[in-house]
Design a protein around this ligand. Structure first.
Ligand code: NDP
Ligand code: HSE
Length: 432
C-alpha cells in the first residue's frame, strides 16, 4: 500500500490593519524574518495586505506598495490572522468583529478599544472559537498580559503597580533632567514614536487608565473598563513640582495602581512622588516597569521598553506566532475570565500619603493653625519643612501619613480657607 504523502501545508494569510509606527515594524518582521517565522510556526506567514488611510503617502522602503489598500474590510475577509495596529475605536472594532465572525484569529495593540469595549470582542471571539491576543496593548515590549493572564492564573494577585505610559515617563524625565517644559518634551516623544496619535491620551492619563483597566480585569477576574479608573494625568505637573521632588529625595512618576482589598477592587492613575531609592524612580525615558504582588509568587517586577515601533512589534509578533501555532497544531488561547466580579470601589476610598506645598504668611502661629486643621480632619502629619521666607511669605511642605483620599480632599478645602494661607501650590501623592 502506498505511503500517503502529506499535503504541503498552506501558508497562513496575515492581514495587517495599519502601517504607522507599529505597523511598519510588524511588516518588517513578517517580511524580513519569514524563514525563522515559518520554522517556528510550521508553515509560512504570508503578509496578504496592509490597510491604510492613504496609499499614496511616503512610507518606509520595507513596505511593499502593492500590498497597501484602502479596503480594510476586503482585506480582513479570507485572512487567517488579522493584526490591528490602526488605533481608535472605529473602524477598528467593526473590522475586528468582522475578522472574528469570519473565523480569523485577531491580534491587537489597541488598548483604548479593549478598555472601552473589550468584552464585546472577547465574547465574539469566544462564540467563534478563535483567539484574541493583545500583549502589545499594555506596556509595549514587556510581556505582562501573558504572565498575568496565564502564568499567574493559579495564584491570587493582590496588587499591580507601575509605570505603564512611556510618553509621560519620557516627559517627566526630560523635565527633571533636560530642563524641557511639558510641550517640548511631548513633541520629542511624538517624534520618537512613543506618543499616541493624539498625545492628550498620554498626557491626561487616558492611555495609562486603559492599560490599568486591562491589567486589573485580568489580575482580579473582574470587568474593569477605562471609565472605572480614577484618572489624573500630568498636565498639572510643573517644573517647580519636579524640582521640589528632587529636593525632597523623590522623582515624579505617573503611576497606575490596581488593588484588591476585602471590600473590592480599586484602580487609579495619577502622578505621584516616588522615593529616589525606589526601583520605579530609576525607570527613565520611555521605559515602563510593573510590580505585581501575588500571594504565592510574592513580588514580581517587569521592566522594559514601553513604547516605540520595534519594541511594540516584538509583542505583536509574539501574539501572531501563538495564534498561528494554534491554527497549525490546534488549540486555543485563554478566554476572558470574569468569575470573581468584585465590586469596584469609588476613587475617594484610596488610602495613600501626600505631600502638600502651600504659601503662607510668615507670622507666628501659622504652622500651628495649619497643623490644627489637618489634625481635625483625622490626617496625621509626618514631616514639615519651611523655606526661607521672602517678602513675608513662607513655603510650607507637609508630608502626611497614609490617609483616605476623601479625608485629604476635605483637609485641603479647609486649609485653603485659612486667612494666612495664600496659595496651595501642589498636592501630590507619595507612593512606594
Ligand atoms: P500610527 O498613528 O502611527 O499608525 C496608525 C496606522 O493606522 C496608519 O498607518 C494609518 O494609516 C492607519 N489607519 C488609521 N485609521 C485608519 C482607517 N480608518 N483606515 C485604514 N487605516 C487607518 O499609530 P501607532 O502605530 O503608534 O499605534 C497603533 C496602535 O498601536 C494604537 O492602538 C496604539 O495605541 C498602539 N500602540 C502604540 C504604541 C507606540 O509606541 N506607538 C505602543 C503600544 C501600542 P495612514 O498611514 O494612511 O495614516
Ligand atoms: N503612547 C503609549 C505610551 C504607547 O507612551 O506608552 C505605548 O502604549
Amino acid at each position: 500500500m502506498p505511503v500517503p504523502v502529506p499535503e504541503p501545508a498552506r501558508g497562513l494569510r496575515v492581514a495587517l490593519l495599519g502601517c504607522g509606527v507599529v505597523g511598519t515594524e510588524v511588516a518588517r518582521v513578517l517580511l524580513e524574518q519569514r524563514e525563522d517565522l515559518a520554522a517556528r510556526v510550521g508553515v509560512p506567514l504570508e503578509l496578504a495586505g496592509i490597510a491604510v488611510r492613504d496609499v499614496e503617502q511616503p512610507r518606509d522602503p520595507v513596505v511593499p506598495r502593492e500590498l497597501l489598500t484602502r479596503d480594510a474590510a476586503g482585506l480582513v475577509d479570507g485572512a487567517d490572522i488579522v493584526v490591528e495596529v490602526m488605533g481608535g475605536l472605529e473602524p477598528a472594532r467593526g473590522l475586528l468583529l468582522r475578522a472574528i465572525e469570519g473565523g480569523a484569529a485577531v491580534v491587537t495593540a489597541n488598548k483604548a478599544l479593549l478598555a472601552a469595549d473589550g468584552p464585546t470582542l472577547y465574547k465574539a471571539a469566544d462564540t467563534a472559537g478563535v483567539d484574541i491576543y493583545y500583549e502589545a496593548a499594555v506596556a509595549g515590549a514587556i510581556p505582562i498580559v501573558r504572565p498575568v493572564r496565564e502564568s499567574l492564573a493559579g495564584d491570587h494577585v493582590r496588587r499591580v503597580l507601575g509605570i505603564v505610559n512611556g510618553t509621560t515617563n519620557y516627559v517627566l524625565d526630560q523635565m527633571a533632567t533636560g530642563g524641557l517644559d511639558l510641550a517640548e518634551a511631548v513633541a520629542q516623544a511624538q517624534e520618537l514614536g512613543y506618543a499616541e496619535a493624539d498625545p492628550t491620551a498620554d498626557v491626561d492619563g487616558y492611555d495609562a487608565a486603559a492599560k490599568a483597566a486591562i491589567l486589573a480585569s485580568l489580575a482580579f477576574h473582574t470587568r474593569v473598563s477605562a471609565d472605572d479608573v480614577a484618572r489624573e494625568g500630568i498636565r498639572g505637573i510643573t517644573s517647580d513640582d519636579v524640582a521640589w521632588a528632587a529636593r525632597t529625595g523623590h522623582a515624579v512618576k505617573l503611576l497606575a495602581i490596581a488593588e484588591q482589598t476585602g471590600e473590592g477592587v480599586a484602580v487609579r492613575v495619577h502622578p505621584a512622588l516616588v522615593p529616589a531609592d525606589h526601583p520605579l524612580a530609576g525607570v527613565k525615558g520611555a521605559f515602563n516597569a510593573i510590580f505585581v504582588e501575588a500571594d504565592g509568587a510574592g513580588p514580581l517586577m517587569f521592566y522594559g521598553q514601553g513604547a516605540g515601533g520595534r519594541p511594540t512589534a516584538s509583542a505583536v509578533m509574539g501574539d501572531v506566532v501563538s495564534a498561528a501555532r494554534h491554527r497549525v497544531l490546534g488549540g486555543k488561547g485563554p478566554q476572558e475570565s470574569t468569575y470573581a466580579a468584585r465590586p469596584l470601589l469609588p476613587p475617594d476610598a484610596a488610602v495613600t500619603r501626600y505631600q502638600v506645598r502651600l504659601l503662607v504668611a510668615d507670622l507666628p502661629g501659622v504652622l500651628a493653625q495649619v497643623a490644627g486643621v489637618v489634625g481635625d480632619h483625622g490626617v496625621s502629619i509626618d514631616t514639615v519643612r519651611q523655606t526661607e521666607p521672602t517678602e513675608g511669605t513662607a513655603e510650607l511642605v507637609l508630608t502626611t501619613h497614609a490617609a483616605r483620599e476623601a479625608s485629604l480632599a476635605a483637609t485641603i478645602a479647609a486649609v485653603r480657607t485659612l486667612d494666612p494661607v495664600r496659595e496651595i501650590t501642589s498636592v501630590l501623592r507619595v507612593e512606594g
